[in-house]
Design a protein around this ligand. Structure first.
Ligand SMILES: [Zn+2]
Length: 61
């Protein structure tokens, strides 16, 4: 069944997140812990999320 939303789990507070369709590389904020999360991958409607260290200036390659 196709779904208009994607789901993921915050890596910090483990809150279940339901978000509109996003693409890898986009960022979103966890409503619970207010961390910025980056979408690493989208697979079968599930998001792989990575914490973004906002204070980090050198993102490397
Ligand atoms: Zn969170």
């Amino acid at each position: 069944m196709p779904t208009a939303t994607l789901t993921g789990v915050c890596p910090e507070c483990e809150t279940d997140l339901t978000v509109p369709p996003v693409t890898p590389g986009e960022t979103l904020s966890c409503p619970e812990c207010v961390l910025t999360l980056r979408v690493e991958a989208v697979e079968d409607g599930r998001l792989t999320l990575e914490m973004v260290e906002v204070q980090l200036r050198d993102w490397g390659q």
